[in-house]
Ligand binder design. Structure first.
Ligand code: DAT
Ligand code: MG
Length: 139
């Protein structure tokens, strides 16, 4: 069992996609461990995306994430990090398969609906940042 951090970004919340996205994770067989609708401060957005701070879009990304509420979640299941990324689809919706969340709901990389941790190390860091506790990763 493994835990991952999933966040519906402000565009997904505004468009009323929380229910659909939660349903997809439930249908896949993952267990919801924690969830909250919240505003992300600029400082927190900068921390969350600190690996991208040299990118030209970093400022816009931080503004976008911190402007309106997000829906932050912790999901648990077998290989949850990797399998969640498959449910979510490629970063750029242009490359995301139809049937994935980004493939079905987004057209533009700057508003691609959802975030999912890209590794177990990131999941642990992000769960700690958003929910102030360690992830559990049973082997
Ligand atoms: P992912 O969200 O698939 O893990 P990432 O970590 O490389 O992708 O980037 C984080 C977010 O930054 C991504 O979901 C949307 C935004 N982003 C990435 N590339 C971008 C680009 N070329 N222009 C604008 N925003 C971009
Ligand atoms: Mg990423």
């Amino acid at each position: 069992m493994e835990q991952t951090f999933i966040m519906i970004k402000p565009d997904g919340v505004k468009r009323g996609l929380i229910g659909d996205i939660v349903l997809r994770f439930e249908r896949k067989g993952f267990t919801l461990i924690d969830a909250k609708l919240m505003l992300v401060s600029k400082e927190m957005a900068e921390k969350h995306y600190s690996d991208l701070k040299e990118k030209p879009f970093f400022g816009e990304l931080v503004e976008f994430i911190s402007a309106n509420p997000v829906f932050a979640m912790v999901w648990e299941g077998n290989d949850a990090v990797k399998q969640s990324r498959a449910l979510i689809g490629a970063t750029n919706p242009v490359d995301a398969e139809i049937g994935s969340i980004r493939g079905d709901f987004a057209t533009d990389v700057a508003s691609n609906i959802i975030h999912g941790s890209d590794s177990i190390v990131s999941a642990d860091r992000e769960i700690n940042l958003f929910f102030r506790r360690k992830a559990s990763f049973a082997s």
